[in-house]
Design a protein around this ligand. Structure first.
Ligand code: FAD
Length: 256
């Protein structure tokens, strides 16, 4: 067990200090915990469920027989550097996509049509290796219920610097304040940010939480924001957008 302060650890810098289990080995008992990664997509309440995190023993990358094996606790930055150094394609997306591999796979993280699942082959869970064909996934969604200990990818040569720069440019309108990335998923044919803006909530503040002035779908922490303020804004946006567009926004941010 280890004490983790979510007001420091999480990217949105909100949350309590709680005891979390550090997982060293693949064991059945781990499955009774809610697993977290780098907490870049989380809003942790004052009373979260029992939490666990993979230890450094799941922070690894190795190649064998033209396959790339990446441990669930491997940070995106490390994967990006490895891909650059070894001239491997399809990991350009990891640029400024904060997270650990397990969290990125669970969320099917990505940008535009580029998603982690595009080149993923297998994941390793308590039930051993599971093929991508046996997993349901779509935009920011997977039906994975178990802890992801590892994922296996195809190795294709050619790190794409043009794509890398394209991703870099897509990030320029993102706020520099603490956030958990996009607060809501984009409903089909719409942009959640535009809908929130159309409801007059761009820059709208509750306590020290706000929908960013720069990009309305980013819920940002202006300094010492509280969980309740963030939750208030999330519910406000859901209600206002529904009133105006008759569309239910789906949260991308995971509330624990
Ligand atoms: C500035 C900023 C920009 C961002 N931009 C993007 C973007 O462009 N695209 C995008 O998709 N996301 C983006 N995000 C969100 C975030 O980067 C992704 O959701 C990422 O996948 C989160 O990884 P994590 O390790 O931090 O997961 P966490 O936030 O810790 O967890 C996210 C979810 O994954 C589950 N999980 C974590 N680890 C595991 C595991 N080992 N096994 C099973 N389940 C697990 C958790 O239970 C939770 O449900 C952004 C976030 C920030 C702060």
């Amino acid at each position: 067990m280890k004490l983790l302060d979510f007001s420091k650890y999480s990217s949105i810098k909100i949350g309590p200090t709680v005891k979390i289990k550090i997982i060293d080995k693949i064991k059945k008992e781990n499955e009774s915990y809610t697993i977290i990664g780098g907490a870049n997509n989380l809003l942790v309440s004052p009373n979260p469920p029992k939490l666990a995190k993979l230890s450094k023993s799941f922070d690894y990358i190795y190649q064998k027989d033209n396959l790339l094996y990446i441990g669930g606790a491997t940070p995106s930055g490390k994967i990006l550097s490895y891909a650059k150094k070894n001239d491997i394609a399809h990991f350009e997306i990891m640029q400024k996509l904060p997270g650990l591999l397990g969290g990125m796979v669970k969320m099917n993280a990505g940008l535009k049509e580029y998603e982690i699942f595009n080149y993923l082959l297998y994941i390793k869970t308590i039930n051993n290796y599971i093929e991508k064909d046996n997993i349901k996934f779509s935009y920011r969604y997977t039906n994975i219920k178990n802890i992801i200990y590892e994922a296996v990818f195809k190795v294709e040569k050619g790190f794409n610097y043009k794509l890398f720069r394209y991703f870099e440019n897509l990030r320029v309108n993102q706020p520099n304040l603490p956030s958990a990335g996009s607060c809501f998923k984009n409903p089909k044919g719409y942009y959640a940010g535009e809908m929130i803006e159309n409801c007059g909530l761009k820059g709208y503040q509750k306590g020290n939480a706000a929908f960013s002035e720069q990009h309305a779908n980013f819920l940002v922490n202006l300094g010492n924001a509280k969980f309740q303020d963030a939750l208030y804004l999330i519910e406000l946006a859901e209600n206002k957008v529904f009133e105006k567009f008759k569309i239910k926004l789906e949260k991308e941010i995971v509330i624990l």
